[in-house]
Design a protein around this ligand. Structure first.
Ligand SMILES: [Zn+2]
Ligand SMILES: [Zn+2]
Length: 249
């Protein structure tokens, strides 16, 4: 395990419907691996077999720290259409510590490059969304420089997803674009966030597939937000503050 990484905020529990560990198992494992912060990001309601709204409403009962590390309560929201509509109500998302939003085939059909790019930009512009989950899925090709610029202008993180680089995974085939995304973030000075997308506890904090790409891109640690809990919390607080001062629901 690579000790320079302190956090992983893309993890799933049994509540997601196709993941197999509990909050306690995930957090305990992250703590044992030397992580300082773990985020729970179960699939929002439109993912088949996923959670009900009440699941997110009640997340506050989970302590803010467990097994000696910080626990954030988030969600992996589904992008439902090209306007960027999400599958949890604004009032509910605002109660979370952070939100990831992703394109998933059960919720939105594959799109061409122009459509995918515009859809992702619409989501980046949404003050409710802190992180775009697994960009560079071959089913949703992106104009990478345009997306990175929009993300930088709107304080949104683009995730480098460990599972996307699994050759047996459902999003396999985007490695070249993921490397291009890392290099473009470096060029534009936007930090990336690594996400394990763990659906079993032994994968929490696992970024093994990503490391060779970071090396190839010579990505500096300052531009990998997982190397600092403070840098991550400061980054998401920019949008979250905006949200909390904005109009209600
Ligand atoms: Zn999943
Ligand atoms: Zn996902």
């Amino acid at each position: 395990m690579n000790r320079r990484f302190k956090l992983d905020v893309h993890t799933h529990t049994v509540a997601s419907g196709h993941a197999y560990s509990t909050v306690d198992e995930n957090v305990r494992y992250a703590s044992e691996q030397g992580f300082e912060l773990v985020g729970i990001s179960d699939h929002a309601p439109k993912m088949p077999g996923g959670t009900h709204n009440f699941y997110f409403l009640n997340l506050r009962i989970i302590p803010e720290s467990l097994h000696g590390i910080r626990v954030l309560k988030g969600a992996e929201l589904n992008i439902m259409d090209q306007s960027g509509r999400l599958d949890l109500k604004k009032g509910l998302i605002k109660r979370l510590d952070y939100a990831v939003a992703s394109l998933h085939v059960p919720c939105i059909a594959p799109m061409d490059k122009d459509e995918s790019t515009q859809t992702v930009i619409n989501v980046i512009n949404n003050p409710l969304v802190n992180i775009i989950g697994h960009p560079c899925d071959p089913r949703y090709p992106l104009d990478i420089p345009t997306v990175v610029k929009a993300a930088r202008d709107n304080n949104t993180l683009l995730e480098i997803n460990n599972s996307s680089l699994d050759p047996k995974g459902s999003r396999a085939g985007g490695d070249k674009e993921i490397l291009e995304l890392i290099k473009e973030c470096k060029r534009q000075g936007l930090p990336i966030i690594l996400g394990s997308d763990a659906h079993f506890y032994t994968k929490v904090g696992c970024f093994d597939n990503i490391i060779p790409l970071l090396e190839e891109a010579a990505m500096p640690d300052e531009l990998i937000i997982n190397t600092s809990v403070k840098a991550f919390l400061d980054f998401i607080s920019i949008k979250n503050k905006l949200l909390r001062t904005a109009e209600t629901d």
